[in-house]
Write a protein that binds this ligand. Sequence first.
Ligand code: TYD
Length: 146
Amino acid sequence: MSINDCKIINLPRINDPRGNLTFVEGNDHIPFSIARVYYLYDVPGGAERGGHAHRDLQQLIIAMSGSFDIHLDDGVSKKTVHMNRSYMGLYVPTMIWREIDNFSSGAVCMVLASERYSEADYYRDYGEFQSASHVQKANTNSSPTA
Ligand code: TYD
């Protein structure tokens, strides 16, 4: 996977003078079934979250309230995405190292995940992730095209 596979997805918005509504349906607005939802909140100023990659997990990350920065790294290239709209999700496929920081006061980061929690799915060591990512890229590049 490459950071070019990390994409902002504009979710549906039902605008209403009583307040807006956004919804997400698995396998429709996002390319996976939702197996788990978790969220980060009460994040103290200056804190950093993430610092890992996933072998098989895909995610959609949404700033439900406030804002934060997501730093993405595919083992070769890096980019940073600023999240500050509750109708926009960042799709993060497998094998992407992510770090999240610059949380605003009151920020809530909601994550829709394709799998239930499994510690075995994590790379928590950057060097290990980078080696695995290079092997995966080399295998992909040497695979015969059908
Ligand atoms: P972690 O994924 O490292 O959090 P972050 O990416 O936001 O920094 O998870 C922090 C801790 O919470 C870790 O001990 C695993 C636990 N955890 C669960 O038990 N279930 C979950 O669904 C998640 C996301 C984490």
